[in-house]
Write a protein that binds this ligand. Structure first.
Ligand code: NAD
Length: 506
């Protein structure tokens, strides 16, 4: 079976069946019809397909009103979508996209029925967000024609489609769906069927590290959100979890954790469980981490005194970026390139601000026998951030703590004083996102470009894991993860073999 109809025929001659007329099914039907396919939309619930078509008509009205679609196009698009009332009516389609409830048994039953009904050249795709394509194909006579076609919500707007291959999926089937998704105006990426595919897997640390910080009472949700918004994430993890809904997010986390046989890397958090148990499900119920919308961040206060003699210590992309930012802010400094630490020193008082290496300020002060010390977060985008997290060593004098805050304010960053946890916020989050991306590539789930594209288009990240890696180099990322691994003595922070090899120049 290699003559796949959707690959050979123009859209007008390749009918598409969509089964499940919920939020996602309606969006997929719209996008297929927009690309010129005749679409048959089927739902087990009576009237659901008709209601979905009415909903599509309404959203097209919005496009026409905004001048983004002509009335004639709207009519033609709608005329191409027809409701179906039984699976048997889909016998002529070139492609079926299964978009029903997220449960293994009903999906498997439907896929087997379709497999028995459809002609040899028809492809069967599933929009499952978490079920293994390999497991869905089990029991099909032609498992090679099943492929994951994972769209993101809202389908007409979100560009990404993960094209997911199970163990039996024929490479030509994945290639045909990849090309089809591109013709539908989407940006497809290939993925191997593993828990969470690409996006829902690599994104786990974005939530998990913040939840771990909250469990340790490192800071307030608003502080952690502000730190991460600053480096370009559209929403901080807490406000994003409030938006997604803690019940939904908790379920995805649990499913990825269980699917990985309890790997600590993906362990759900007691913080989120407490929110779910207490009904603080997020915005949809008016309370989660925030009651209503998060309050606007306070502006950066003016520094009390001009910083004194500054020394930029160490080398590497973060130090160079810091140096450029000091110059931009008109702060003069001298350089000390050869050092066993990176950061800033206030020369005349010996105050050291160490860029985080995943080691707490307390441990650094103890091992270096130097009390006048604080750890600062990674200023990944010095020109964009408006706040920077820091943690003071236990014996840092009050006056020197004020000096740390004045210095950060002189750099244009509101100081976010956190409890002295290793890795602070941005550093540990970015390092763990890079690590997860690296493991996904090492395990053949996707390639580097696919990981970057998926994270930027699927969840609007400001950069992909490999773009951050290119910016930082493997050295600081591995050092930070090793610091966390030591601090927590936890497999959660084990370094991906891919990052280790890069570190060794392999
Ligand atoms: P939904 O509940 O809005 O819609 C599911 C529809 O399927 C319902 O209308 C239901 O009546 C129908 N249905 C259930 N069993 C059926 C059957 N045997 N035959 C025909 N119709 C049946 O759900 P949704 O949010 O559209 O999600 C559908 C699928 O898409 C799930 O697999 C989900 O994991 C996946 N997905 C959802 C999102 C999202 O953000 N909602 C994103 C990506 C993928």
């Amino acid at each position: 079976m290699s003559d796949w109809i959707v690959a050979k025929r123009p859209a007008g001659e390749a009918m598409v069946g969509v089964i499940g007329a919920g939020v996602m099914g309606a969006g997929i039907a719209q996008v297929a019809a927009q690309a010129g396919h005749e679409v048959r939309l089927l739902d087990a619930r009576e009237g659901a397909a008709e209601a979905a078509i009415a909903q599509i008509a309404k959203s097209l009205d919005g496009l026409v009103a905004k001048g983004r679609m002509e009335g004639g196009q709207r009519e033609a698009l709608l005329a191409r979508i027809q409701p179906a009332s039984a699976v048997a009516e889909l016998a002529d389609v070139a492609l079926v996209v299964e978009v029903i409830v997220e449960k293994l048994e009903p999906k498997q039953a439907l896929l087997r029925e379709l497999d028995a009904l459809l002609p040899a050249g028809a492809i069967i795709a599933s929009n499952t967000s978490s079920i293994s394509i390999t497991a869905l194909a089990n029991g099909m006579r032609n498992p090679q024609r099943l492929v994951g076609m994972h769209f993101f919500n809202p389908v007409p707007l979100m560009k990404l489609v993960e094209v997911v291959s199970g163990a039996e999926t024929a490479p030509e089937v994945a290639a045909a769906i990849f090309e089809l998704a591109a013709r539908w105006g989407k940006t497809p990426v290939h993925a191997k069927s593993t828990p969470g595919f690409i996006v829902n897997r690599i994104a786990r640390p974005y939530y998990a590290e913040t939840l771990a910080l909250l469990l340790e009472q490192a800071g307030q949700p608003a502080q952690l959100d502000r730190a991460l918004r600053g480096v370009g994430f559209r929403m901080g993890p807490c406000e994003l979890m409030d938006l997604i809904g803690h019940d939904t997010n908790f379920l995805v986390t649990q499913s990825v954790f269980e699917a990985n046989f309890g790997d600590k890397r993906y362990m759900p958090s007691l913080v989120q469980k407490a929110l779910v148990d207490g009904g603080r499900l997020g915005r949809k119920v008016g309370k989660g981490f925030y009651e209503g919308l998060p309050a606007a961040a306070a502006p950066v206060a003016a520094p009390a005194a001009a910083p004194r003699h500054l020394v930029l210590v160490g080398a590497g992309p973060l130090v160079e970026g810091l140096g450029r930012w000091l110059s931009h802010k008109g702060l003069s400094f001298t350089r000390e390139t050869h050092s066993d630490w990176d950061g800033l020193r206030v020369g005349d008082v010996g105050l050291q601000l160490h860029l985080s290496t995943g080691i707490s300020a307390a441990q650094l002060a103890f091992t270096r026998c130097h009390d006048a010390l604080a750890v600062i977060d990674w200023p990944l985008a010095p020109d964009k951030i408006d706040a920077l997290a820091y943690a003071a060593a236990p014996k840092l004098a009050g006056g020197q703590r004020a000096l740390v805050e004045d210095l950060l304010r002189a750099l244009g960053w509101e100081p976010l004083a956190l409890r002295d946890v290793p890795g602070l916020v941005v550093a540990r989050t970015i390092a763990m996102l890079v690590n997860e991306g690296a493991d996904a590539v090492w395990q053949g789930v996707c390639d580097e470009a696919g990981a970057d594209t998926a994270m930027k288009l699927g969840v609007n990240y400001p950069a992909g894991p490999f773009e951050w890696l290119a910016q930082l180099g493997s050295g600081p990322v591995v050092q930070l993860l090793d610091g966390l691994f030591e601090a927590y003595r936890s497999e959660r922070y084990r370094v991906s073999p891919l990052l280790q090899r890069l570190r060794w120049g392999a």
